[in-house]
Design a protein around this ligand. Sequence first.
Ligand code: ADP
Ligand code: MG
Length: 342
Amino acid sequence: MEKRTELADLGEFGLIERLSSGFALTQTSTVKGIGDDAAVIDKGNGEVMVISTDLLLEGVHFDLSFHPLQHLGFKAVAVNVSDIAAMNAVPTQITVSIGISNRFSLEAIDALYDGIKAACEHYKVDLVGGDTTSSRAGLVLSITAVGEAKKEDLSYRSGAQLADIICVTGDLGGAYVGLQVLEREKQVYLANPEMQPDLAPYEYVVQRQLKSDARTDIIHEMREQGIVPTAMIDVSDGLASELFHIAKASDKAVQIFEDKLPIAKPTFDTAVEFNLDPITCALNGGEDYELLFTIKQEDYEKLKMHPDIHFIGYVHERDKGMNLVTKSGTVVSLKAQGWQHF
Ligand code: ADP
Ligand code: MG
């Protein structure tokens, strides 16, 4: 019998590693290929171009029964801009490719593009191209984002040093909890279409899911302070998973503190209502699109008063392990669940 290996045995990251392993980099301008939030291409004058792409599929990444098309358009741009920001680069251009079926009206596609346009204005990026095709399997949306930076300003996943302080922006777990609310309300609606969902108490978490925002503001603020994060990644799959990426790429490990994890009150309360552990939501919920980065200790003074940057732990030797110090002071191993696509 022919051998058949299930993709689930490799997982998403194992699959990417395998697919990309046979490709050598031959161009001298390719500074960084696969393996960070964006690829890095040398422009030759001390400047680099960074480039990142994402594919969003209906039924996998979004559910049009509760994702308004306008928000979806904005979010699709935001998640790509977030990858550019995660390199400590400034986004400049995007391309947008769509696959659509005749299920969509012109008005629907207009709404999608209203959101894309709003995001282009918000992040100051130009729409410079794309592709349009018909689809038989729902809406397909693929965006590529380009950005610019000076070579020395880039933050790779691999730059974390011993004793660096681990920082995260905003708050965590909200987007995941918001998705639970939306999915519950959808089930209620399907069971009884007369029922009008009351989303008002969940406004914060629902907007965390539907109205993702990339933290380009933080990139500009750090630039003004003269700070270059030693390593950076955006929180798309969940904090724990991203910590593993930084640790692995930097050949280090981390010590983080449960009581330092930023969780907004509406996220905490809604998680409890859904019988979810708010800490697990903060660690493993995805789609927050906050920035996770490490800084040298000497840069702490400049950021310590920042209202939206939280200091959650520090970098230590790899053999000390990936640790979470609980509120009671017990050290437990961090587990990266991330998202299982297959
Ligand atoms: P992110 O979550 O930041 O979008 P991913 O986890 O999707 O990053 O991807 C990790 C790395 O693998 C990136 O450098 C990405 O460009 C690369 N990658 C993902 N899928 C493929 C593929 N099919 N072929 C080549 N490279 C890929
Ligand atoms: Mg990323």
